[in-house]
Design a protein around this ligand. Structure first.
Ligand SMILES: Cc1cc2nc3c(=O)[nH]c(=O)nc-3n(C[C@H](O)[C@H](O)[C@H](O)COP(=O)(O)OP(=O)(O)OC[C@H]3O[C@@H](n4cnc5c(N)ncnc54)[C@H](O)[C@@H]3O)c2cc1C
Length: 326
């Protein structure tokens, strides 16, 4: 029996890998904190200052989407909402860089002069192939499914559990504990996120601009995020974070907005922002998966599959994911 500690994105993907292969497991979660449940679940194929595609997204994203669809079939629901993302340059220079990119990058589809209802003095570029995983629903429904099937329990694991095989998928909460084997290599980043109500805006598009994004949720609600903060690594929403995220909102619209929810969590980032997996250096029965960073939705399914095969089928861990090679 394998025990999986932590039911965020990582633990849930490992649990589904076990379920789909018929391997018995028990998933345990403290039902408190963690970043997956507040994450937007957004997939933006190109991001950053240079608008480079996310690392190897062309191979990881299609496999991730196939996995979420397969799991969705077990849960009787679809969790992926594909959408174009309208990227708004904030200045001429940024627009020129995006224009250049649009000639060489398949993800940047076209340039548009304006986006109806949105502040867009420098036009916008349509990024294709992205969207959002309804991550909270996916996690909650998976939890209920595993609960119904007797392989989920609530609890906080202290120290090291006594199962024949353990997989630690504790996210940033795990990286920040003294027993983490790669705390020296990690640089977790706190992020805050707002849900705002903007009556009458009726904005149907996913928007992104330097350092932030906005997702329409329906019924006048929008999710906006997210700032980065490296010093105070807790899950407490702050006034400063709220102001920073509100500034992101103001890149898209000056309409009156009421904050209806405000959350904070810590992104589990390890070194190069690529997930890490492997057996413990001290105890080969204990395995781990962490470091999903800011883009867990893209990589979690495949990396969980690699981890599963390494544990049960003698599969090799590619060096880029092997935490022994950090
Ligand atoms: C503000 C914000 C926005 C984000 N937006 C996006 C986004 O749009 N797209 C994207 O791909 N990613 C996004 N992310 C990143 C994403 O959240 C992570 O990549 C991913 O969800 C991490 O999953 P995880 O399972 O490793 O960790 P977590 O989600 O933190 O899960 C760990 C789980 O383990 C539990 N746990 C920890 N220790 C114990 C213990 N000892 N005993 C029992 N249970 C324990 C925790 O309670 C938690 O449920 C965002 C993150 C933040 C903070």
């Amino acid at each position: 029996m394998i025990q999986i500690v932590g039911q965020g994105l990582a633990g849930t993907c490992v649990a589904w890998q076990c379920w789909l292969k018929g391997t018995p497991f028990q998933l345990i979660d403290q039902e408190e904190g963690g970043s997956s449940r507040i994450a937007a679940g957004l997939v933006t194929p190109v991001a950053g200052k240079r608008f480079n595609p996310s690392w190897e997204i062309e191979s990881y994203l299609p496999r991730a989407l196939q996995f979420y669809e397969e799991v969705g079939a077990h849960l009787g629901r679809s969790y992926w909402q594909g959408a174009d993302i309208y990227r708004l340059p904030m200045e001429e220079e940024e627009r020129d860089r995006l224009r250049e990119k649009s000639h060489e990058c398949i993800w940047v589809r076209e340039e548009v002069e304006t986006v109806p209802g949105v502040k867009s003095p420098f036009g916008a570029f349509v990024i294709q192939g992205g969207g959002r995983l309804k991550i909270r629903e996916w996690l909650d429904d998976s939890r209920q499914f595993f609960k119904n099937n007797g392989c989920y329990k609530v609890g906080k694991v202290m120290g090291l559990p006594e199962a024949s095989t353990v997989v630690l998928t504790e996210g940033a909460l795990g990286l920040l504990t003294p027993r983490s084997e790669f705390s020296l290599q990690s640089r977790p980043a706190k992020g805050e996120i707002l849900t705002v109500k903007i009556p009458g805006w009726n904005q149907p598009r996913f928007l992104s601009a330097k350092g932030g994004w906005l997702i329409p949720l329906g019924e006048d609600l929008y999710r906006v995020g997210a700032n980065y903060e490296w010093s105070q690594l807790d899950e407490i929403p702050t006034e400063r974070g709220r102001t920073q995220v509100f500034e992101i909102l103001r890149r898209f619209t000056d309409r009156e907005a009421e904050v209806v929810a405000h959350h904070a969590a810590v992104r589990p980032i390890v070194r190069r922002s690529i997930p890490v997996i492997g057996p413990s250096l001290q105890n080969p029965q204990i395995w781990g998966m962490n470091g999903l960073g800011s883009k867990g939705v893209i990589y979690a399914p495949d990396v969980a599959g690699i981890l599963y095969r390494a544990i049960y089928e003698g599969g090799k861990i590619p060096p880029e994911f092997d935490w022994r090679q950090l």
